[in-house]
Ligand binder design. Structure first.
Ligand code: MG
Ligand code: MG
Length: 257
């Protein structure tokens, strides 16, 4: 999704944003449940199985399954893995950090959100990375509204991460979202304040900062999906889906209760 294709942004009516709410709520609920399941000894595949069974029961479509051939209901990315990890038979160890990215489709509308959670007792360095990455998402949400420029949002996220000494992943970015998980515009986690597209009423976007303790350079594993830091240092990822509003912070559709 290239910048400058503003004409392809699909604006949502107030009614359509209401229709997106159940998917957002489902994603939030499922991520909360998964976060509670995470502990040393749990297999990544167990988390996927939980979602498969839940959504079979509820008739919810797990958005990620078969998305360009992705196999699982969640992306499970451990430690130096940034995004797009598979829910393999890997067993979580005390001290790991786990990023869980998840999407659900209900009535044709998509919700998309991600969290990074500790496994057992983690290092202060890892906890700080998690905390600051979440704060950077909050900073993006705080400025995201109708009339600001895209660069204002990216700059707010970038400032929090870089002020803390972290790398900001450039290769993977946020996006518009609606009936498709990925719509224009791309929403980088970096930028120049005052530059870029003006955000408009009816835009629904997913902001998703990915931060690294070391260099933000990425490499993709041979599996064709999993992305990790090139230097092997830890990474964290948080994401929310939100509808922009005028004069106030966005309506976060994947907010936790
Ligand atoms: Mg996501
Ligand atoms: Mg996303």
């Amino acid at each position: 999704m290239l910048d400058g294709r503003a004409n392809q942004v699909i604006l949502k009516s107030a009614n359509e944003i209401e229709q997106m709410r159940p998917a957002g709520r489902m994603v939030a609920e499922t991520l909360q449940e998964l976060a509670q399941m995470v502990r040393p000894g749990v297999r990544l595949a167990d988390l996927n199985t939980y979602v498969v069974q839940k959504y079979d029961r509820l008739g919810v479509t797990p958005t990620f399954v078969d998305y360009h051939g992705f196999p699982d209901t969640i992306c499970a990315s451990v430690n130096e893995q940034i995004v797009h990890g598979f829910a393999t038979d890997r067993i979580l160890q005390d001290g790991d950090i786990l990023s869980i990215d998840h999407g659900a489709t209900i009535n044709g509308w998509v919700g998309d959100s991600a969290i990074t959670v500790p496994v057992g007792t983690i290092s202060p360095e890892a906890q700080r990375l998690i905390d600051v990455t979440r704060e950077s998402l909050d900073a993006g949400i705080a400025v995201a509204r109708v009339g600001v420029r895209k660069g204002d949002i990216g700059a707010a996220i970038q400032a929090v991460l870089e002020d803390a000494g972290y790398g900001v992943v450039r290769q993977y970015v946020g996006h518009g979202i609606g009936r498709a998980m990925h719509e224009p515009p791309s929403m980088p986690n970096f930028g120049q304040a005052g530059s870029g597209m003006i955000m408009r009423k009816g835009m629904v976007i997913a902001l998703e900062p990915m931060a690294t303790i070391g260099s933000p350079e990425t490499v993709e594993l041979d599996d064709g999906w999993t992305v990790r830091t090139k230097d092997g240092k830890l990474s964290a990822h948080f994401e929310h889906t939100m509808a922009l509003r005028e004069g106030e912070p966005p309506d976060v559709l994947t907010a936790w209760n």
